[in-house]
Write a protein of this length. Structure first.
Length: 482
């Protein structure tokens, strides 16, 4: 008798994925013209679902997928962003490398100093001062901040001017510090509201107009304001109960702010109260680099960009790519041009309708079609080092920006790696659905001109669930033959 053999065959699809997606759209109540969907098999490049997939749409923070993928393509995977301190006699030069992560409070919270203590922004500044002192800089006469790796356009012209003080509108500099925000800590004391800040910045004009709230109020109302191009911060509102979370407010001109912080700390140590200025065009420096450089791996920047959706990180990546490819100070113009070229090179398309206005998706001029987005995702779907680096930067369920998504969805053992996107009237979700055996579908779901965001988010989850069900149905199964 012939031996009984087992061979793997692909189970025929029982349901039509495209039909399931279309049914979900119909049930959502969202006009079809407001939705674009593409689902693609990276192994074949075949588009499995096309719902107005070639129509360019506003991607919101899904633009960060383009930015991080372009950065992973433009740089070596071991690329590092570096900030250098140089001592030239009694003059101190801070050379920025466009690192968006320098003194990011989220990252400091998981870092240790040489003694095993958790780093804070103040202990980091103390380390800098100690390094300067040990290098012989006992009396600093001038601090020069060199942020020339990027241009001096710190705020994108498309960003809302009435939201410049919000963390997601942080200015973008060649020398960034503490995510270019200051954390305010208001509290009631002796019938008044007093204000602390991190990092301590006594030179910063902070106008505290907060008041103790009345019994008719049930929660704190804290409303910070900062005019474009101004250092002055005004905080209005009322305090009812102890404020737990810090109030994050952007600062103006991060490079000069960093220099002024260090000048203040040097003054506290009796090392002078040096003036701070920006490096002039074509100015050169000599002198020794201090042994304490600050470096951040590209992998960290990519993860913070996609996992936590930090706009500053995306914009710094875009400008860094522009600087790398043009040899000029990184700008939104040369960064966008370089990223467009990379998309064309990798996808083999002209990127019809693609508009890259910024790196984070905060601009409403950005445009990309779901079909091009899934083509882009397919470029990183394999298990090459670059593919792994890109996919490792994406959050899964319970993580990052999709931390509360898919809790009630049946995903048939599949996992999700995806990036959310949201601005007014826009909701997007793009990424991968991965079966237990590694089979993967790339997807992109974009809703524009939405009256409400919640129905679109539910639709996205239903479509992802349908993709997972299709992958489960197509799982190879054993068949006996003789």
């Amino acid at each position: 008798m012939a031996a009984l053999l087992l061979q793997l065959v692909a189970a025929p699809a029982v349901a039509d994925l495209a039909r399931a997606v279309n049914q979900a759209i119909s049930a959502s109540g969202i006009p079809r013209s407001h939705i674009g969907v593409s689902v693609r098999d990276p192994r074949t490049g075949q588009e499995l679902v096309d719902v107005a997939a070639d129509t360019p749409r506003i991607p919101a923070s899904n633009m960060k997928l383009i930015t991080t993928g372009a950065a992973i393509t433009a740089f070596d995977l071991d690329h590092r962003f570096q900030t250098v301190l140089q001592l030239d006699g009694n003059r101190l030069i801070i050379v920025g490398g466009g690192d968006p992560a320098l003194a990011d409070p989220d990252l400091l919270a998981v870092m240790k100093d040489a003694d095993g203590n958790t780093l804070t922004v103040e202990s980091l500044l103390d380390i800098w001062v100690t390094a300067i002192k040990q290098a012989g800089g006992t009396s600093i006469t001038e601090i020069v901040v060199d942020d020339r790796i990027f241009d001096q356009d710190l705020v994108h012209p498309d960003w809302p001017v009435n939201q410049v003080e919000r963390h997601y509108s942080a200015e973008v500099s060649g020398l960034n510090f503490h995510r270019n925000i200051i954390c305010l800590h208001p509290r009631s004391a002796g019938g008044h509201v007093i204000m602390g800040e991190t990092p301590s910045a006594p030179f910063l004009p902070i106008h505290n107009e907060l008041k103790n709230g009345s019994a008719s109020k049930t929660e704190n109302v804290i409303d910070p304001h900062r005019q474009p191009g101004s250092d002055a911060i005004t905080v209005r509102g009322s305090i009812i109960e102890p404020q737990v979370a810090p109030v994050e407010v952007t600062i103006h001109d991060p490079a000069l702010f960093t220099g002024r912080l260090l000048a203040d700390r040097l003054g506290r140590q009796g090392m002078g109260q040096p003036p701070v200025r920006r490096a002039r065009a074509n100015e050169t420096f000599s002198g020794q680099s201090l042994p304490f450089d600050v470096v951040t791996p590209l992998s960290t920047v990519s993860t913070e960009c996609n996992h936590e959706s930090k706009n500053l990180y995306a914009e710094a990546l875009l400008k860094h790519i522009g600087h790398e490819r043009s040899g000029q100070p990184g700008s939104w113009a040369n960064g966008s041009a370089a990223m467009t070229d990379i998309v064309t090179e990798l996808t083999g398309t002209t990127g019809s309708g693609l508009v890259i206005a910024d790196g984070s998706g905060w601009s409403q001029r950005n445009r990309i079609s779901p079909a091009l987005m899934t083509l882009w995702l397919c470029c990183f779907a394999d298990r090459t080092p670059r593919g792994n680096a890109f996919r490792d930067s994406l959050p899964g369920p319970g993580e990052g920006t999709i931390g509360t998504r898919f809790n009630s969805r049946q995903l048939h053992g599949c996992t999700i790696q995806a990036k959310t996107g949201y601005i007014t009237a826009v909701s997007a979700l793009s990424g991968y659905v991965v079966a237990p055996d590694g089979r993967t579908y790339a997807f992109s779901i974009m809703g524009n001109t939405l009256k409400k965001i919640a129905p679109c988010k539910r639709l996205q989850e239903k479509i992802v669930q349908a993709i997972a069900a299709e992958l489960a149905r197509r799982a190879p199964r054993a068949r006996a033959t003789n």
